[in-house]
Design a protein around this ligand. Structure first.
Ligand code: HEM
Length: 422
């Protein structure tokens, strides 16, 4: 499907390709990704930070790269000279203990930590949490339902995952607003180690470290207690490892879920036919379309545009392209998930799509650990919004919406909506 068809006389492809990472690209990257998939599927580019990296845009190559053990997650394998590293914004290049987490390590360390955390963060624990996610969702909607207008990012999509993961971890209610503030600082200013962000990360770490220390003597029915209890053939997480784990659960599970909800509602606004279909199915008390629908929203315009960094530890060939040792590789999940070689009519939103093995949660050993929680939050948030505020609509022209334009994540800055007050 990728071979150019010989019948129609085609415009010669511009040698340079599309402009990446500018404002227009942040608003709608999909035409540029379509060009790359077709003409330069493993594409060397200079990122805004100045770092050179390969972008992998076809589904088959992306899936291969995500599972390829020659591509390391450890930033030590990056070939850039050390003096340039401070400017890259590559997570984990700072040596802090906090950064030794699942997304920055390889087997066997990754295998050990993932096994231990999987004993604590189980699908069963997530399922038991469902009623509480519903309560949190309703509570947030109660706060603006009478007003007839809201910013769905700040008042809904942003606080929901923060409160959810705090509760799951066992952060006492009176401290959860601190996390809301720290996370707000991180999302507004990106993950970089600048000023307020560095301070927020430090405060969050100090808080989590202390909480874990306290809970050690007073285990309860929460995820932190389970992280402390988790054992594998006598092996346990150290306090520092449990702290880093709690931090990555917050960090990996927060902005992603904000954007799952924000991008999801936005996609439904842009596709009124699919939205109406979902609303009538919810009104009939059905859940099937909601479940396939949230997967489709992830494929269609998911929160993670590019998977996190990988670095070649051995020379390899990917999509016919030679990758040298030390080269950074970025797998563009958003491009792979619109590949016509894998998905029928990929640019159409089809909430009942059944053949939908999208890469929105990654693939291979780093496959999203939080996927069951993300699904629960995404399904609860969308179903409750559409049921309680059935005439919810965008309060500004779509062209007024601004996207964040970060490298890894795709999400809206604000999502102003209006509806009949209830
Ligand atoms: C890993 C996506 C929500 C925790 C990943 C990866 C992706 C992803 C693509 C793999 C990254 C890579 O291979 O480079 C998402 C999306 C979410 C979401 C789209 C929401 C819609 C969550 C939540 C949590 C979470 C709610 C936890 C509370 C993690 C962790 C990893 C991870 C710990 C690292 C796993 C490992 O390296 O073994 N996620 N995520 N995620 N995610 Fe999520």
């Amino acid at each position: 499907m990728h071979e150019p068809t010989s019948a129609a006389p085609e415009e010669p492809a511009p040698a340079q390709g599309p402009t990446l990472f500018d404002w227009e690209f942040a608003t709608d990257p999909y035409p540029a990704y379509a060009w790359l998939r077709e003409h330069s599927p493993v594409h060397r580019t200079r990122l805004p930070s100045g770092v050179e990296a390969w972008l992998v845009t076809r589904y088959a190559d992306a899936r291969q790269a995500l599972a390829d053990q020659r591509l390391s997650k450890n930033p030590e394998h990056h070939a850039e000279p050390a003096h340039a590293k401070g400017k890259t914004g590559i997570p984990g290049e700072r040596k802090a203990e906090l950064m030794t987490h699942l997304l920055n390590i390889d087997p066997p360390d990754h295998t050990r930590l993932r096994r231990l955390v999987s004993k604590a963060f189980t699908p069963r624990r997530v399922a038991e949490f469902a009623p509480r996610v519903q309560e949190l969702t309703d509570h947030l909607i109660d706060a603006f339902a009478g007003r007839g207008e809201a910013d769905l990012i700040h008042e809904f999509a942003f606080p929901l995952p923060i409160y959810a993961i705090c509760e799951m971890l066992g952060v006492p209610r009176e401290d959860q607003d601190d996390f809301r503030d720290w996370a707000g600082m991180m999302i507004r200013h990106g993950g970089g180690p600048r000023g307020g962000v560095a301070r927020s990360v430090k405060q969050m770490r100090a808080y989590l470290g202390e909480l874990i220390h306290r809970k050690r003597d007073d285990l309860g029915n929460d995820l932190i207690s389970d992280l402390i209890r988790a054992s594998d053939h006598g092996d346990h997480l150290t306090e520092a490892e449990a702290t880093a784990m709690a931090f990555i659960l917050l960090f990996a599970g927060f902005e992603t879920t904000v954007n799952l909800i924000g991008n999801g509602v936005h996609s439904l606004f842009m596709n009124p036919g699919e939205r109406a279909r979902l609303q009538s199915s919810l009104a009939a008390g059905e859940r099937d379309l909601l479940e396939t629908g949230v997967e489709e929203l992830l494929r269609y315009d998911g929160p993670v545009e590019l998977a996190t960094w990988r670095f070649a530890t051995r020379p390899l060939v990917l999509g016919g392209q030679e990758i040298a040792v030390g080269d950074p590789v970025l797998v563009v999940l958003a491009a792979a998930d619109r590949d016509p070689a894998r998905f029928a009519d990929p640019d159409a939103l089809d909430l009942s799509r059944s053949d939908n093995q999208h890469l929105g949660y990654g693939h291979g050993i780093h496959y999203c650990l939080g996927a069951p929680l993300a699904r629960l939050e995404g399904q609860t948030a969308l179903a409750t919004l559409l049921t309680r505020l059935p005439d919810l609509e965008l309060a500004v022209p779509p062209t007024d919406l601004r996207w964040r334009g970060g490298l890894i994540m795709r999400g809206l800055r604000t999502l102003p909506v209006r509806f009949t007050p209830r």
